[in-house]
Design a binder for this molecule. Structure first.
Ligand code: NIG
Ligand code: FE
Length: 416
């Protein structure tokens, strides 16, 4: 049995608390232990306390000396588009010249251009790029991500992406939770017959994804010009019938009633929500849908309309923050950058923001019993930062990196 003792953390930010997501003022309590330590056995946390308390119990254990640094649980990034080919540098320049996301998509950029490149890429190419992305996440202190398909939009290409996610999971320290997002956009070839594509998703893609157990969740881009409410309801109901849980991209560009649909279907999460109104917030509260807020995409699209985080917290929603890592609207793997945006643009406190991207995110992925906080019985996934106060992660912006990262008690090679 391998024993490891982590000692001398200036702040061990545990996020310990009730076995459910945090709401309202609970999000302000990060359960911080000063001069903290942890005893880890076989990759699992056995004890959390002060260094002195842990040291007493750790005879024979290998020691990790945190040397006065801050220790946090590994971030849980509950919304990423991890697997894609290429970049969207042309879109980026066009936006700088003042074109909108919709105009760029209409002119041949947007999701479609990434789909074309992802279809053309082999699984070997995609896996190579995905490994590189995985390293970026780990260096930022993220140890679990939700990873969506959605840049294939044919049966074969969607399965290719989900298999890459599965393979990545086997070979890297970053843990991925797979989500099927075949309904990310209507493919170019089906623009005139969108129902044909909806049929394909329902009759062919979903049954294969479910029978091969390639995804835990099903997602959809519910938005004008993408999938309307009726199409979304049909696809998501079919997914639920096959045992998949639901996450949804809603109300990003227009308030199209997506949050209310997420509530009606009992989705685990409704994501984006930039245009959601009070009615949508109330519906999510009643149905216990967790909002996943993605300020990186608001920032990168050059918008100033952030989701109404304060109203959501005050309404008692278990708010989650995520990067939305993707080549088009949010090219960042950095949760510290998201913390900065949450505090400066959405008036969340550093503690609320941290609760949102650790413990609350873990519950949104049905993994709150294993990850998201540093408590006895959970996995020893954590990161050390060379700061004195955890609030510095949200305060210094644009460069924060974890100094070292551990997954199941083992150090991750951040250089490779
Ligand atoms: O979450 N909104 C839809 N999907 C992504 C963007 C994907 C892309 O532009 O490639 C998002 O923002
Ligand atoms: Fe997204």
């Amino acid at each position: 049995m391998k024993s490891v003792a982590l000692l001398n953390a200036a702040q061990l930010v545990t996020l310990a608390g009730p076995a459910r997501p945090r709401i309202g003022p609970e999000m302000l309590d990060v359960a911080l232990v000063r001069d903290g330590g942890m005893l880890i056995r076989n990759g699992q946390i056995e004890m959390v306390g002060t260094s002195a308390e842990v040291e007493k119990e750790s005879a024979g254990a290998e020691v990790i000396d945190a040397g006065g640094r801050v220790v946090l649980p590994g971030f849980v990034d509950a919304h990423t588009h991890l697997v894609f080919a290429g970049s969207r540098l042309d879109d980026f320049e066009r936006r700088a010249r003042g074109e909108t996301y919709e105009q760029i998509a209409g002119a041949g950029g947007g999701i479609w251009s990434t789909v074309a490149r992802t279809r053309a890429a082999s699984d070997v190419d995609l896996l190579r790029d995905a490994r590189r992305h995985a390293q970026w996440f780990l260096r930022c202190g993220t140890t679990t991500v939700e990873a969506k398909s959605g840049y294939g939009l044919t049966l074969e290409d969607e399965l290719k992406i989900l298999s890459v996610i599965q393979q990545l999971n086997r070979e890297t320290s970053l843990q991925s939770v797979p989500t099927f997002l075949g309904a990310h956009a209507i493919p170019r070839e089906d623009q005139e017959s969108p129902e044909r594509y909806v049929d394909l998703v329902v009759n062919e893609m979903l049954p294969r994804v479910a029978s091969e157990k390639l995804a835990e969740f099903c997602d959809i881009f519910c938005e004008q010009g993408y999938f309307n409410l009726a199409q979304s309801r049909r696809i998501l109901t079919a997914a639920q019938g096959l045992g998949l849980k639901l996450r949804m991209h809603v109300d990003q560009l227009t308030n199209s009633g997506g949050a209310r649909l997420a509530a009606e279907l009992g989705a685990a999460t409704a994501d984006h929500l930039e245009k959601t109104d009070g009615e949508g917030i109330a519906a999510m509260k009643t149905a216990r849908v967790q909002p996943v807020l993605l300020p990186g995409s608001v920032y990168a699209l050059g918008s100033t309309i952030y989701p109404r985080a304060r109203e959501m917290i005050e309404a008692g929603l278990a708010v989650v923050l995520a990067t939305d890592f993707n080549p088009g609207s949010s090219p960042t793997p950095s949760m510290p950058m998201v913390l900065s945006l949450a505090c400066t643009q959405m008036r969340m406190s550093p503690a609320e923001a941290l609760s949102a991207c650790t413990v609350n995110a873990a519950y949104s992925l049905s993994r709150g019993d294993r990850i998201g906080s540093l408590e006895a019985g959970k996995l020893a996934n954590f990161a050390l930062y060379d700061v004195e106060d955890y609030r510095e992660l949200a305060y210094w912006f644009g460069f924060t990196r974890a100094e070292s990262v551990y997954v199941r008690g083992e150090p991750v090679d951040l250089a490779g």
